[in-house]
Design a protein around this ligand. Structure first.
Ligand code: NAP
Length: 265
């Protein structure tokens, strides 16, 4: 049996004051008992952040893990997401999420996709209301371009606190990262491993230099960029390995070499 990590996961403070772990557990496409078991194992290993969504149809399974674990609710950062087809039903969808999760609040509520490619200002106003009422601690978006972040700010006066998107060295965008930093938005990385080229020599050589694996290098690279990453695994040894990235540091040259793997722009 593997052991929980003694080193705490680094965190970031969001614009509204909430503290978010920089490494979280991705739950898609896990469902039912498999999802509950995986989340319980992840919590046992030291994860304190769980990424779910209405779309994943596993919020009840996440809720079951939250009920079964001995870790207090306030120590676990729970993210869920509003599907783009729930425009006009934001509050009802949030209430359904809270009920399925068996919790009075979520730590982070994201707009999963820009609804119909638009910024979704109407939904965003509902997000602001939900945060004011304490039903969600922080609010953000997913799969948004910078121009859509700016449109939300223009139309509602508020930027998202988090912008989650597909993000790995292959998708690295200095422009996106800098624009988010300038706007006080924390970048979140989804599909960090699935969307990467794990056999890229830059990655494998960097991993070798640190006695680490390519997946650990990617997760460490995210953490050093201040990006909140949510790798998923159904395997306990991989869950642990994905969390165990604080015992080595990537040099500036190594960070730059990984950034240069970007195939964007
Ligand atoms: N906002 C969005 O639109 C959006 C979209 C996609 C995903 N997400 C979120 O992001 C999370 C992660 O993304 P993802 O699930 O697409 O992909 P991912 O976490 O990048 O990769 C998961 C895949 O990598 C494997 N894996 C995990 N750890 C590994 C390791 N140490 N070594 C080798 N293989 C490893 C997993 O296999 P095993 O499970 O077999 O170990 C699984 O096949 C999702 O679970 C979800 O919470 C959000």
């Amino acid at each position: 049996m593997t052991q929980a990590l003694s080193t705490a996961t680094p965190t970031v403070t969001l614009a509204g004051g909430a503290t978010m772990p920089l490494i979280g557990f991705g739950t898609h496409p896990l469902r039912g008992q498999e999802a509950t078991d995986a989340i319980l194992q992840a919590l046992d290993l030291g994860y304190r952040s769980v990424d779910t969504a209405t779309r994943y149809q596993n919020q009840d399974a996440v809720g079951e893990a939250l009920r079964q674990t001995s870790i207090p609710r306030e120590e676990i950062f729970v993210t869920t997401k509003l599907p783009p087809d729930a425009v006009g039903f934001e509050r009802k969808t949030l209430e359904q999420s809270l009920e399925a999760l068996g919790t009075q609040y979520v730590d982070l509520w994201l707009m999963h996709w820009p609804p119909g490619g638009s910024p979704g200002a109407g939904s965003w106003r509902e997000f602001l209301r939900a945060r004011e009422e304490g039903l969600v601690r922080a609010i953000g978006v997913s799969n948004y371009q910078i121009r859509l972040l700016d449109a939300l700010k223009r139309e509602t006066g508020e930027y998202p606190e988090v912008a989650q998107l597909q993000w790995s060295p292959v998708h690295f965008s200095e422009r996106y990262l800098t624009a988010c930093r300038e706007r006080g938005v924390v970048v979140g990385a989804h599909s960090p491993l699935r969307s990467a080229r794990l056999d890229d020599p830059v990655l494998t050589e960097t991993a070798q230099a640190h006695g680490a694996t390519p997946t650990q290098v990617i997760i460490r690279w995210d953490v050093q960029h201040g990006v909140a990453v949510v790798p998923k695994s159904a395997h306990r040894d991989r869950m642990l390995s994905n969390l165990d990235v604080m015992r080595f540091t990537l040099s500036e040259d190594e960070m730059n070499a990984l950034d240069a793997l970007s195939e964007l722009e």
